[in-house]
Design a protein around this ligand. Sequence first.
Ligand code: ADP
Length: 408
Amino acid sequence: MTDVILILNAGSSSIKFAVYPLGATAAPLIRGKIADIERDPVFSAIGADGTAIDMDMPKGIGATADHETLVSMLLGWLAQQRGDRTLAAVGHRVVHGGRRFAAPVLIDNAVLGELEQLIPLAPLHQPHSLAAIRAISRLEPTLPQVACFDTSFHRTQDRLAQLFALPRELSDEGIIRYGFHGLSYEYIASVLPEHLGDRAEGRVIVAHLGNGASMCAMKNRQSVATSMGFTALDGLMMGQRCGTLDAGVVLYLLQSKGLSATEIETLLYRRSGLLGVSGISNNMQDLERCDDPRAREAIELFCFRAASVLGGLVTVLGGLDAVVFTAGIGENSALVRKMICERLAHLGVELEPGCNESGALRISTAQSSIDVLVIPTDEGAVIANATSETVAHSPAHNKLSKLTSVGT
Ligand code: ADP
């Protein structure tokens, strides 16, 4: 029987999970999530054949549903599902790896300590993955756990692409552009040759457009520049996040409007973006269905800003061979792809409307000088492979990597 690995992506409102065969690049055996964990957790899972698998949530779990309770329940449920197969490792999506972690790492107490230090850099994301890691270390102290970072993929960038124009000592202390969505970009980079042949090694911009959104400029399938910076707030307009903002606005909100730092954080991370501009929803699909002119304006601003950022990245790359759309909006919204690509016509981008509407893999015309592709991303597959490899190649496998009881 093949051993299995569990992949966890723990966020503030959901814990997404998948079970993969150890060492296999195959599709997951089970994929699911516990949604709405802050209010009334809802569990859903499907098997490899797409059929739903049930799990009864204990009554009243909503009131006590911290990450430890939910992860414990998940491990118990998985033990029933996996039968004779052994759970060999857990791989986590961790948003921030700072400057230190340019690759996946087996987690021990020292690593966990370093990841805790990065919480201020990703306050809305990092604590949840660390809570899941701690929960598993308490429940299964000898189970190897691997952290896979959203920042790692961008560590190939030149120093200039990572610097802010701030005093040198601040850059030295780590206030630099880290970039995010690296697990998604790594997946796209891995499949580009299948779709682009030799052009995969050329100048490619990947637009990861989901509720969180960013772009990555790649050459030789490595990150050269990206739109997110020190935090996941920078760059494109997003579902609830404002993206690039004149820092003077933050000063004005603080000094003239008297908002507190926490109020500004909530404003920029949760009340801006599509939600803030439309005043209706952070959800692109909802906005597309809505007749309200504010919904249309939010979509237009999203596309205008995306095209502007893309234009800047083209200059960094010194030209463009291909654009790839991915993630919820990139994969599903023909309207957003069309509105962005219309602004790229001067670069030689020409969309084939029928292919764009049907969400075909290649949506550019045969004459288009730039290939435009739609490729579904798969961050889970990247974490699964990285976890299998890290565990297989680690001399510290198992006992030495054991996490001792770790406090919060
Ligand atoms: P994240 O992983 O960042 O939470 P996703 O990648 O799941 O986000 O993307 C969510 C976004 O994708 C939402 O704005 C949603 O409305 C949008 N989306 C999903 N399907 C469609 C669709 N058919 N048309 C337009 N937008 C869609």
